[in-house]
Design a protein around this ligand. Structure first.
Ligand code: GDP
Ligand code: MN
Length: 380
């Protein structure tokens, strides 16, 4: 789960990582009020789950009171990287003397967490890594050391990152807090870019990015509340709430598949047979009737869909249960579109029998099912 900048900054603040004061606003009027209480100049920043907001016009530093409203209005009207801007963070603007880069992330190959630093922050770190990799500093840290980072380790790294001794001491302090925050929230990434030196010579996190491990969220009910379901596609939202993984695509073949791997393979097969999937959908394990019904409903709302392809491998999921789900879904949703089903695995015979009893044909192999779906008006 990716956090918004303002959410990450709230966590930073509670862990002792310095951030400029800020207030979130959903309207230009609220932004004006926020700027009044914070004092000018302010930075107005789009809160969207994508980077490069600065380049996209999603960040404005404003010194004049009269400009706050119009600038906020402008940013609130933007769509950045496919994300509509619904709120802005208004922060006290930092007078930036120097921009550094500092992050903490998981290096799966090293099986460790690693601090990445660069004395040239602000810009995309990937670009520096490509053009002058020698400028990228790294420091591997064992996971068990994170919550109580050894001072010496932080000091050594910070001294390489900052030529100024005071800055280095502050950076080391920030690293210790980052380690604790990372460990205690089960994060997979904390990135500060830029970590700025301000005009008083102090370090402050001007930007904040955090990604939390979805698989550990059950341990953090408080953080789960930070999830903002601002998906622009309401069907994606409905299906997600139902525990399905649904992503709308451009094609004409609606897909109901269990397992992300099989769903990917199904997309590939459709393409290979000359068709185009209308969606990616993983109904997950134990796909009972309710999930299948939610899936059908989401797919049927898309007028582009000409045929529905169900591809189920029954492992834990029982084919007869899925078949029952399909029949219920058809019953409740007035499907007039052709439905092609391929069921295999646990209770396959029972599943097939149920479908056949209702006059639905089921294919024996995935190829057969995909070929038939493409044939029935699913070609790209
Ligand atoms: P990003 O483009 O999504 O990474 O958003 P950032 O928060 O990193 O902002 C982009 C750039 O805007 C930064 O690298 C800064 O140069 C500038 N910026 C953001 N906030 C401030 C601020 O408070 N003061 C000043 N002077 N510049 C800022
Ligand atoms: Mn940034």
């Amino acid at each position: 789960m990716r956090l918004h900048e303002y959410q990450a900054k709230n966590l930073f603040k509670s862990y002792g990582i310095p951030v400029p004061d800020g207030i979130v606003a959903q309207t230009a009027e609220d932004a004006v009020a926020a700027a009044q209480s914070l004092g000018l100049p302010v930075a107005i920043k789009a809160q969207v789950h994508t980077g490069g907001r600065g380049k996209a016009g999603g960040v404005a530093v404003v010194a004049e009171a009269a400009q706050v409203g119009p600038e906020a209005q402008k940013i609130l009207a933007l769509t950045i990287g496919g994300f509509r801007v619904r709120q802005v963070l208004v922060t006290r603007a930092v007078s930036i003397k120097k921009e550094l880069y500092l992050s903490l992330l998981i290096d799966r190959n090293a099986r460790k967490t690693v601090f990445i630093g660069c004395a040239e922050g602000g810009v995309e770190i990937e670009t520096i890594a490509k053009e002058s990799p020698d400028k990228i500093l790294r420091c591997d840290v064992s996971v068990w050391q994170l919550s109580d980072l050894p001072g010496q380790l932080a000091d050594e790294f910070a001294q390489k990152l900052c030529s100024n001794g005071n800055h280095a001491a502050e950076a080391a302090d920030i690293m210790v807090h980052m380690g604790k925050l990372f460990a205690e929230t089960d994060a997979s990434l904390i990135e500060i870019n830029p970590l700025a030196v301000d005009d008083t010579g102090s370090l402050v996190a001007v930007d904040a990015k955090m990604v939390l491990d979805d698989n550990a969220l059950f341990r953090h009910p408080d953080l789960l509340g930070l999830r903002e379901d601002y998906l622009d596609d309401p069907d994606e939202l409905d299906t997600r709430r139902a525990g399905l993984n649904f992503v709308r695509l451009e094609g004409t073949i609606g897909c109901v598949v269990n397992g992300a791997g099989l769903a990917m393979a199904t997309m590939d097969a459709i393409q290979r047979f000359g068709g185009a999937p209308a969606n990616f959908l993983d109904v997950g394990g134990g796909a009972g009737g309710k999930k299948v019904l939610t899936a059908f409903k989401a797919i049927l709302k898309d007028p582009r869909v000409k045929v529905i392809l169900v591809n189920i491998f029954g492992g834990i999921t029982r084919c007869d249960e899925v078949a029952q789900g399909i029949l219920e879904a058809l019953d409740q949703s007035n499907v007039t579109l052709p439905v092609v089903v391929r069921l295999t695995g646990t209770n396959e015979a029972e599943g097939r029998a149920l479908l056949e009893g209702a006059g639905l044909m089921s294919a024996k192999t995935m190829e057969e099912a995909v070929a038939r779906a493409v044939e029935m008006g699913g070609s790209a």
